[in-house]
Design a protein around this ligand. Structure first.
Ligand code: ADP
Ligand code: MG
Length: 266
């Protein structure tokens, strides 16, 4: 499965979702998972490497591979604690960020494309997760071209929701399968849209609602996904439930959840 995680706005939690879904898929279900950071020209948009504490040894990145300068094996990093493989994007500026160089690069990128890479990876891994850039610029369009299925992340705030709607429309017109929307960083403030309003707004299922949780920035500061930092936090349990729904496989989430789910459906 080639699954893209998208949003409209930046900073809503895409990379947090990508790193945690990947970790739960790998640790709880034993799936082989690879993450592709698709922010190729615009540096530091994703920070996937920081979510996995990989900032120390980033000599080769996805850009080098797409530039034909380095073989695939050199850009695949293994995060040992989770078993997740990561193809990071660079944290340094692209030397061709000049108007002429950029145009040339984008033309070349469209020719070679990320799609070939994700399709190649799909043959080897159960899940190829693509951490997509925000907005609908050229880079996002190439990332969308490289995926088959999508999850859209937003907060319950109006500007984020409005941008997420645009992304969903683009995904629909590109004939991508949309699993649904994740509402992240909920603080239960009056200015936030309610879950009912969000359900009415989106023409796609609300897959998950995740509260604002200090465990998330805390985990990132330690260079690990929240699921590894604190498996029992609310946010980790929600990611576990989400992966269970996505895969249709049962994951043991602890006796308290089992009891709660048992009574919920009585
Ligand atoms: N549920 C959450 N609770 C608290 N902070 C969060 C949550 N989800 C994400 N964050 C924080 O928001 C910031 C942006 O998250 P990130 O996943 O990098 O977003 P994006 O990839 O969409 O830009 C990070 O600093 C992260 O710690
Ligand atoms: Mg990101």
């Amino acid at each position: 499965m080639i699954l893209g995680i998208l949003s409209g706005k930046g900073g809503v939690g895409k990379t947090t979702v990508v790193s945690n879904l990947a970790t739960v898929l790998s640790k709880a279900l034993g799936k082989s998972v690879i993450i592709v950071d698709s922010s190729i020209t615009t540096t530091s948009l994703s920070h996937i490497c920081l979510h996995f504490g990989l900032n120390e040894n980033l000599k080769e990145t996805v850009r080098g591979y797409l530039d034909s300068k380095t073989p695939l094996r050199n850009v695949v990093y293994t995060h040992s604690p989770s078993g997740v493989k990561v193809i990071p994007a660079p944290l340094v500026l692209y030397k061709q960020v000049t108007p002429a160089g950029f145009k040339k690069f984008m033309k070349w990128l469209s020719y070679r494309g990320l799609r070939k890479l994700t399709q190649k990876l799909e043959k080897e891994y159960d899940y190829v997760l693509v951490d997509c850039p925000p907005g609908i610029g050229a880079e996002t369009v190439y990332a969308i071209d490289a995926i088959d299925e999508a999850i859209v992340v937003t907060t319950p705030e109006i500007p984020d929701v409005s941008d997420a709607l645009r992304t969903i429309n683009y995904l629909k017109s590109s004939n991508k399968k949309i699993h649904g929307v994740i509402i992240n960083k909920i603080r239960n403030k009056k200015y936030e849209l309610s879950i009912n309003e969000l359900k009415e707004t989106f023409d796609a299922p609300i897959m998950s609602t995740i509260g604002y949780d200090d465990n998330v920035p805390e985990a990132i500061s330690k260079g690990m996904p929240s699921y590894l930092h604190n498996k029992n936090s609310k946010v980790s349990k929600e990611f576990t439930r989400l992966v269970g729904n996505l895969t249709g496989e049962e994951i043991n989430i602890g006796w308290w959840e089992v009891m709660r789910n048992f009574f919920r459906f009585r």
